[in-house]
Design a protein around this ligand. Structure first.
Ligand SMILES: [Zn+2]
Length: 317
């Protein structure tokens, strides 16, 4: 009898061990010696003055003591929401700074555009649902480029993409910044992400140890602390280089389930490589190209496939 109890106990113990959270999350030593590309998009300019960006996210978070705001209202800290909407292309600002705390018409139309992109109720107000999306970690690439949204119009909105790599090239190399000391596990994770994209494009990706000579340069750099923006990309047509920057201070999950606040590395890598290959953001929450960070998401949604097929043809291999 005792033996049976013991056996049952061992069985339950073994069974439960299968469900134990084996998640491993890591931060990376940042590539401090990295020379960021000469043509700085707005985000990369912020990266250079990361103290500013870090305080921006903290101010934005502290503003979310919830109170619904509408046209004509004044609220201390509302300028931070304008900064956020400006960073992601929603405000047609030329100065990109010194926003007021007034709820202006410009802000209202930016919020309407934002709500449409994220399939929220289009109220034109800063309401709870809108706050909830704004406050989540996300990709640093803008949703709206030169006044045109990359989202919510379905696959037909994919812009005609011109490769930044040398014409006719089908085999691209990628490399990690040496200061990041990435482990073999992380290399495999990137390998897997590149392979998934390779399956739906004409392209082949191979890792190289020559960072400076590689087509896609990958670097973990200091951004804005945990949360906020988790990664951003940049392509340089004159140098034929695609850059993938990731936030070295996130709690990156490389294996297993992610807990609150942790970010699944492979999902973000999949997303950023999608940008390098010419895709913009998607409004479809299940899509790899949805800009807000969620749980693990490494499988393409129909929307991702439709967009990539528009550029590269249907399974072009
Ligand atoms: Zn993105």
């Amino acid at each position: 009898m005792r033996l049976r109890v013991l056996r049952s106990f061992l069985f339950i113990l073994t069974l439960s061990s299968l469900f134990v959270d084996v998640s491993v999350s890591i931060s990376f030593p940042p590539a401090v010696g990295l020379q960021i590309a000469r043509q700085f998009p707005l985000w990369l300019r912020f990266i250079r003055s990361s103290k500013l960006l870090s305080s921006f996210w903290n101010k934005l978070k502290s503003f979310f003591t919830f109170k619904e705001l509408k046209l004509g209202d004044i609220a201390k800290g509302l300028s931070n929401v304008k900064d956020y909407l400006d960073l992601f292309g929603y405000l047609n600002s030329t100065s990109h700074s010194n926003f007021s705390d007034y709820f202006t018409l410009d802000l209202q139309s930016a919020i309407i555009k934002y709500q449409k992109n994220f399939n929220l109720n289009v109220t034109g107000k800063l309401d709870r649902n809108t706050y909830n999306v704004i406050s989540r970690p996300r990709c640093g690439v803008p949703d709206v480029v030169n006044g045109t949204t990359t989202m919510n119009l379905g696959a037909s909105n994919t812009t005609s993409f011109k490769p930044w790599w040398k014409e006719g090239k089908r085999e691209l190399t990628y490399a990690f910044h040496p200061e990041n000391n990435v482990t073999n596990g992380v290399r495999l994770l990137f390998r897997d992400a590149f392979d998934r994209w390779s399956n739906v494009t004409l392209l082949k990706f191979t890792e190289t140890t020559r960072f400076n000579g590689s087509d896609v340069k990958i670097a973990f750099v200091v951004f804005d602390g945990k949360g906020g923006a988790v990664g951003v990309t940049d392509t340089d047509y004159s140098e034929h280089v695609g850059n993938v920057y990731l936030d070295s201070e996130e709690e990156w999950v490389v294996l297993g389930e992610n807990e609150d606040g942790d970010v699944d590395l492979e999902s973000v890598v999949m997303h950023l490589v999608g940008h390098v290959l010419g895709l913009g953001h998607s409004s479809v929450e299940e899509a790899v190209m949805y800009p807000i960070v969620s749980k693990e998401k490494t499988e393409f949604a129909l929307d991702d496939l439709q967009r990539i097929h528009q550029i590269y043809g249907v399974n072009s291999k």
